[in-house]
Design a protein around this ligand. Structure first.
Ligand code: AKG
Length: 299
């Protein structure tokens, strides 16, 4: 019987089901990655002179107005036409549809910049711990803007962990957006690095444990993430999903049709509340972790 999938083959779909991630090498044509690099240069210019993060740009702790250091462009699809165009292209949506079905809603977008020499680590976590939903057809598509190699802080995942528990991401009762795999019998040696040349696409499941180390190399590691879910996955109360009512929610449909009938799946849920009294940024939230798994930049 002919498959109605758009781009992924059976082997890739089975691999994702079993392991919770996929890497599609060199999927994005070079002209797209080149255009995104020029957009990044524009945002780096914008960071010059800034003294604090704002609702567009998240600054490294070591940022100085005259030596700008940017760690994230927030919601880039809202401030960059090219990143919006890429988000709605088949480069992003076709593999997502093959894995999570035809009806997809955007959760968020972000461009994580791990600059050479100091780009910040992201502590181990599960996205689902930040935004529990009624089902877990939730995934993140990562567009690799640079070559991803062991030395520049690639995304790392624990294969198969998307089928396990949703771990406690709280410290002293407050949501800290991170967990330590070592504290739960997981061996860091079992984590897999998602490496590949610029233009590759990584896909990770909303429940997979993932993180990435400080970039101490001399080349950048930038990944543009589009996080999305099946349209019938609805946020559970207390989820960090922005929710200003159903009309707003429906503006985030990426393809297919919306529904008012959530699909329920029996999965473990922990509500990410109470929230710490910090800016809504994974880097700030994770400062609540007492024992970090990864180093931070010294200067
Ligand atoms: O940029 C990375 O390596 C990790 C990104 C991530 O997991 C996040 O921002 O939630």
């Amino acid at each position: 019987m002919a498959s109605d999938r758009e781009v992924l083959n059976d082997e890739q779909v089975d691999f994702y089901g079993e392991n919770g991630y996929l890497v599609l090498e060199k999927q994005i044509p070079d002209d797209w990655t080149a255009k995104i690099r020029s957009e990044i240069a524009r945002f780096e210019d914008e960071a010059r002179g800034m003294t604090a993060s704002n609702d567009r740009l998240d600054l490294e702790d070591t940022h100085k107005p005259d030596a700008p250091r940017l760690r994230r462009v927030k919601l880039p699809h809202t401030i960059s036409d090219i990143m919006n165009e890429l988000m709605t292209s088949d480069h992003v949506l076709a593999p997502a549809r093959d894995l999570a079905g035809p009806n997809l809603r955007l959760h968020t977008s972000k461009l994580n910049m791990k600059s050479a020499g100091y780009g910040a680590a992201v502590e181990w976590h599960q996205d689902y711990a930040f935004y529990p939903h009624t089902n877990d057809d939730i995934l993140a598509i990562g567009i690799c803007i640079d070559d991803m190699a062991a030395e520049n802080g690639p995304l790392m995942v624990f294969p198969g962990s998307h089928k396990g528990p949703v771990y406690d991401h709280h410290v002293d009762g407050v949501f800290a957006g991170a967990m330590r795999p070592q504290d739960h019998g997981l061996d860091i040696k079992d984590a897999v690095q998602l490496t590949g040349p610029a233009g590759s696409v990584s896909i990770h499941h909303g429940r997979i444990i993932h993180g990435s180390a400080l970039n101490t190399s001399d080349h950048a590691r930038r990944i543009l993430f589009y996080e999305m879910m099946a349209a019938d996955a609805f946020p559970i109360m207390g989820s960090m999903t922005r929710w200003e009512g159903i009309e707003d929610y429906d503006t985030r449909m990426l393809c297919g049709s919306s529904t008012k009938n959530p699909r329920l799946k029996d999965i473990p849920v922990r509500i990410p509340q109470p929230q710490p009294n910090v800016a809504i940024s994974i880097y700030e939230i994770q400062k609540g972790l007492k024992n970090r798994s990864f180093d931070t930049a010294k200067e």
